[in-house]
Design a protein around this ligand. Structure first.
Ligand SMILES: *Cc1c(COP(=O)(O)O)cnc(C)c1O
Length: 456
């Protein structure tokens, strides 16, 4: 069998530096440090070219929920590649794995979701949504309804549409974004506020910033609202309980489509199949990706509610949109195997009733550390906030880079977590055992101690 050339870590770093432009990376500073080459994964651990074994507290990038090395997924890909590695779903064709997956998605998703459109990633899924939302309102005879309301510090991908929907200032500044017809309102980030309101009062104000925007634009111009049930890349921002019911009320009242971006929260991350199940919302669109295949192959898609699907199907004629890899048989076969694995091993229930509560209890104890101003976690998606002063919740001066300092101690100490500013976030695989959870939490505490020493 033809294998990759065996190269030393050093050699790989050299080639990486010379030829490889990474996503979301400052290459000048990377080249000073050299990249960490990950060579292998097993269970909840990854291994790097220097021989380090690291507990993956981020499930790759929020996706390897079933853990590394799952034979069922490898088998499913191998079997399908032998049978039919690729065929398209254009020109009135389909293939068994994509049909099978469409049916399975209907079974695990909310009742109003009976149709799916396949894409290759979360960003592509949101590109599809921008087009489909506008198409829907055109077909409904309301062509002026083109504006999509999103949130500051939301994350919906990195393509032109995805980055426009995202509310990241740094992304918008590079490339003249957002595109027309996408506007941003407040995020429900209570810890980041001045704490003069209670969390529930604050949640209502954040939700009502959508209503303020609707009135400003005119309801007849607003097509949809998009939000992540819990903001992931923005720093695992768990909205106050008051938030989502109020958002749902506003969408209902003004006849606006609700898009629940389930790219992270879909397939069990919160202990329910979807974030919409957890928060009790009734979305019209649910983009998904990441956990649908546990990251083993790239697949995204959009679950579409009946009221939208009926219009697209009955009134539309041809919708001039689709991707070469829409309904890719191999990625769909792996997704089906992954969902069946989640079902068979009851991993969603495990997040809800077993490992979720177990990690949450340990995570909450991190709040006793002098550097930690708040901890929060739902299912297996959590964050803690680093503060310079625990009493007043005063944050560090941005120049200190406390989050990055802490993140580096964590990773060098053998656990992957991520820094978003001075917020440290984690999202471990669903197969994490209790003793692995203990290890993760001990390493988090140790990382905090080292950070405290370094910042003194
Ligand atoms: C990661 C992510 C995306 C983008 O997905 P890609 O597969 O990276 O394009 C979109 N929405 C959310 C909520 C995400 O976390």
């Amino acid at each position: 069998m033809a294998a990759l050339e065996k190269r030393s870590g050093k050699e790989l770093q050299e080639l990486d530096r010379n030829h490889y432009l990474h996503p979301f990376t400052d290459h000048k500073s990377l080249h000073k440090k050299k990249s960490r080459i990950i060579t292998r994964g097993e269970g909840v651990y990854i291994f790097d070219a220097d021989g380090n074994k690291i507990l993956d507290g981020m499930s790759g990038l929020w996706c390897v929920n079933a853990g590394y090395g799952r034979e069922e997924l490898i088998e499913a890909a191998t079997r399908q590649m032998r049978e039919l590695p690729y065929y398209n779903s254009f020109f009135q064709c389909a293939n068994p794995p994509s049909i099978e997956l469409a049916k399975l998605l209907q079974e695990v998703s909310p009742a109003q979701m009976n149709h799916v459109f396949f894409a290759g990633s979360g960003s592509e899924s949101n590109d599809t949504i921008v087009r489909m939302v506008r198409r829907y309102w055109d077909l409904m005879g309301q062509p002026k309804r083109h504006t999509i309301i999103s949130r500051k510090n939301g994350y919906h991908g990195s393509t032109v549409a995805g980055a426009s929907l995202s509310g990241m200032k740094a992304m918008h500044e590079q490339g003249g974004l957002p595109i027309p017809g996408i506007v941003h309102v407040e995020q429900p980030y209570w810890f980041g506020s001045d704490h003069t309101l209670s969390p529930d009062e604050f949640g209502l104000v954040a939700a009502r910033s959508i209503e303020v925007k609707i009135k400003e634009l005119g309801a007849d111009k607003v097509a949809a609202f998009i939000g992540e049930p819990i903001q992931g890349a923005g720093g695992v921002i768990i909205p106050p309980d008051s938030y989502w019911p109020e958002v749902q009320r506003i969408c209902d009242q003004y006849g606006i489509l609700l898009i629940s971006d389930e790219v992270i929260t879909g397939f069990g991350r919160l202990g329910e199949w979807f974030g919409a199940d957890y928060f009790g919302t009734r979305p019209d669109f649910m983009p998904f990706a990441k956990g649908v295949t546990s990251g083993y192959l790239p697949l995204g898609g959009v679950l579409i509610s009946d009221r939208v699907a009926e219009v697209i199907i009955d009134k539309g004629g041809e919708f001039f949109h689709g991707y070469t890899y829409s309904g890719h048989p191999t990625t769909c076969a792996v997704a089906t195997a992954n969902i069946r694995l989640l079902q068979r091993e009851k991993l969603v229930e495990r997040v809800k009733n077993d490992i979720g509560p177990y990690v949450q209890a340990g995570w909450a104890k991190l709040a006793e550390h002098p550097l930690v101003g708040e901890t929060r976690m739902v299912g297996l998606m959590g964050a803690f906030e680093l503060v310079a002063d625990k009493k007043s919740l005063q944050r560090f001066d941005g120049k200190v880079g406390a989050g990055t300092v802490c993140r580096d101690f964590l990773v060098n100490g053998g656990v992957i977590m991520r820094a978003v500013g001075d917020t440290i976030i984690a999202a471990p695989p669903f197969v994490l055992t209790h003793s692995e959870a203990d290890e993760m939490l001990e390493k988090a505490w140790k990382g905090l101690d080292l950070t405290q020493k370094a910042l003194q």
